[in-house]
Design a protein around this ligand. Sequence first.
Ligand code: G4P
Length: 536
Amino acid sequence: MAAHSDVPHQKSSLRKEIERRRTFAIISHPDAGKTTLTEKLLLFGGAINLAGAVKARKASRHATSDWMSIEQERGISVTSSVMKFEYRDYEINLLDTPGHEDFSEDTYRVLTAVDSVIMVIDSVKGVETQTRKLMEVCRMRNTPIITFINKLDREGMAPLDILGDIEEKLQVECAPLSWPIGMGKLFRGTYNLYRKELNLFTPGSDRVEDVRTIRDVNDPALDKALGRQAEELRDDLALLEGAANPFELEHYLRANQTPVFFGSAVNNFGVRELLDAFVEIAPAPRPREAVSRTVAPEEEAFSGFVFKIQANMDPSHRDRLAFLRVCSGKFERGMKMRHHRIGKDVTAANPVIFMAQERALAEEAWPGDIVGLYNHGTIKIGDTFSEKEPLKFTGIPSFAPEHFRRVRLQTPLKAKQLQKGLLQLTEEGAVQLFRPLARNDYILGAVGVLQFDVTIARLKAEYGVDADYEPVNFGLARWVTCDDPKRLAEFQKVNQNQLALDGEGNLAFLAEGEWLLKYVGEKWPEIVFHTTRELR
Ligand code: G4P
């Protein structure tokens, strides 16, 4: 009887836990203010209590060519790659996307594990290149985006021009939910368009927000608070009536529209306003596509997928931490789950959960949460775990690298270690390994060049292998498939020098540039060249 009556209870608690969860990432071009905003959000959530903690971490990430700082970065970034905090009655998982200019696949994959995104734009610079790239990724999954226009305390672009810039460059409709009053030295605050509240700005981050409800902008209280800038605000709002789109929750959730807020993260201004709107409108964990069907978070059976692997967190143990996003049901420590790719049941013995500054044992987790699983190389990015039913979540892509280097081993006796190190490090996904069919070589491919230095440094520190790299005449890679095995075999024979196997044994075509790809593509119309590969 008891077990029977537990079922509805479990169901309703599952639903409750789902509804109160928000799993998101912040995207921006470097220097727009992502770190600062992260820090302020964590302060509001009580996850850190000292301003400067997150900034200190970022500072240690800067000198990336120096091994010690790479090491330091990883030591720190593991605890910071997922930050859990509470705000009001919500459980928030903030997933960090690597902040440096070097763009890696890691960033893309993190974005496959979130339900929504906050995009930070520098009001002085408008939309920048990395924001565009990240936006493309968000578009692939129709991820809803809230925009935060930062640095209003500086002289920047006119607010309407920024909205125009976003609409034009990112092809998404903007719906301002707040509106700035002045900028730079004349920045006085924002008017919240849906709450009809005036938020007054005083520089400095420790200040309590000065919020006044002014329902009617013709209220003389506005003149009292803003002086002659009250009239400017009235003009702006009148202009907006005709020029801006009204906010539509459905449009935002379908990623056709982005609600926009203005503020100054470093001054802690506009951040609470943003966070309040975020928890209210951002989606709770959503259903996920698997090969066989769509999996709803409310399903009782647990399921999840791995979107990130971090190797050698403790070099003496050679352990690797797999980051699993829970997609449905309840995850419990000690539970048996099926690791579908290898067809085995595994027990989640010591799963961890990530707080802003530490890791803790995860006793339970719900859809939207991220759990860390220790493993010794058996788990790969893209792997699905579930209670019973064989599932395979889709949509975790591997991107074609744009930079290539040949690895040169300095100590020939370490060939075995080199292979092991390369295989394990490339499992993390920041670099890809290619083994040319025609030569006994290791070619590394990456989306950003920084990864080559990181790999060489880690080979030495973690595997005791002295290696370096040299340029190689490849500029693009495409995964190759063909419905006709005979034709594929012929293609392989003729193009040996351009073909390689990636770390998982998939055939890839490496070429100097587009012209060769085009030429070969025209000659071999049956062969399909893929720029992304869904991880198996
Ligand atoms: P990122 O993670 O997106 O790369 O940006 P980050 O938060 O590190 O911010 C980049 C710079 O912009 C920092 O200055 C930061 O203080 C500043 N910043 C962030 N928000 C605002 C804002 O609202 N107004 C102004 N004026 N500046 C802002 P820095 O000089 O690189 O570092 P720091 O010495 O100030 O820490």
